[in-house]
Write a protein that binds this ligand. Structure first.
Ligand SMILES: *Cc1c(COP(=O)(O)O)cnc(C)c1O
Length: 270
């Protein structure tokens, strides 16, 4: 890998213009087809970037999707689901407890006072962004006798409204992590600008990878930064070209959401 990656020669466009157009999946067959289509896009992006497909995990995002429909996606093979809001995730975890191998990844901003919910059921948490939250999660996890894979969320878009640590604060944040023995730091997560301008989107993803490569040179023992969670329905191919190991994909699998993104990201607009 180059120390200083040149600007990418690839000019893959975003697909944000397809937002709101994905048809709703209402059968197992729909999910089989949608998952295959997304997987095909992953394979193509890996091909362009000379990457092994096994190095990219698809995390289906089931926010706003009802439990009956989630069961159809489970039947089509989904075994780990991403949810933005912890209460919604917790409710679904309870309702779907009979699917014993279905695991949950919480991918949205978490208030400290809701740490105990995450500690109870989640396998993974991708939006760690404060020491207070790390301490609360660790305490609750110790009480539950559980541990949790976590991703540190980084704000690469420069938008004040976006959650996540500023890139320059991540090194100091990681140095504090070893005391939280129930948290296993696996890598970094980001949301790119929600923009149709592919080069600006790509710059967010490239920044996360470059930050990771730089931090890796002296991370504390016990912390590994192998994972880069970046890319969603509208931009995951660009994210893969820039090194994503986890892509979080909702609408391209489940269908367009009626709930606007501004519900999840306070001033999201496009
Ligand atoms: C909803 C969501 C996604 C997936 O977005 P889609 O447009 O449905 O693919 C990815 N990451 C986070 C944090 C989300 O909240």
């Amino acid at each position: 890998m180059n120390d200083q990656p040149a600007a990418s020669p690839l000019n893959t466009p975003t697909r944000h213009d397809q937002h709101g157009r994905y048809p709703k999946a209402t059968s197992v067959e729909d999910f089989v087809r949608n998952l295959a289509a997304v997987q095909g896009r992953i394979v193509s992006a890996c091909g362009r970037a000379n990457r092994d497909v096994s190095g990219v995990r698809l995390l289906p995002v089931s926010k706003t999707i009802d439990e009956a429909t989630i069961r159809l996606s489970y039947a089509a093979g989904c075994r780990m689901l991403g949810e933005n809001k912890v209460q919604e995730a917790y409710r679904k975890w309870e309702a779907l407890a009979d699917l014993t191998d279905l695991r949950w990844s919480v991918i949205g901003h978490l208030q400290t006072n809701k740490a105990k919910l995450v500690a109870r059921f989640a396998t993974e948490f991708q939006a760690l962004d404060s020491l207070r939250l790390a301490a609360a999660l660790d305490r609750r996890l110790q009480a539950e006798g559980r541990s949790l894979d976590v991703f540190v969320q980084v704000n690469t878009s420069g938008e004040a409204s976006k959650y996540g640590l500023p890139p320059e604060d991540v090194a100091a944040f990681l140095r504090e992590q070893p005391v939280f023995s129930a948290l296993r730091v696996r890598g970094l997560m980001t949301l790119a600008l929600l923009s149709g301008e592919a080069d600006r989107v790509r710059r967010c993803f490239a920044q996360l990878r470059e930050l990771r490569d730089q931090l890796r040179q002296d991370v504390p023992a016990g912390i590994d930064l192998d994972e880069l969670s970046m890319g969603m329905s509208g931009d995951f191919e660009i994210a893969i070209e820039e090194g994503a190991t986890v892509v979080r994909v909702g609408q391209a699998i489940y269908g367009a959401r009626a709930v606007p993104d501004s519900f999840y990201w306070p001033t999201a607009s496009r």
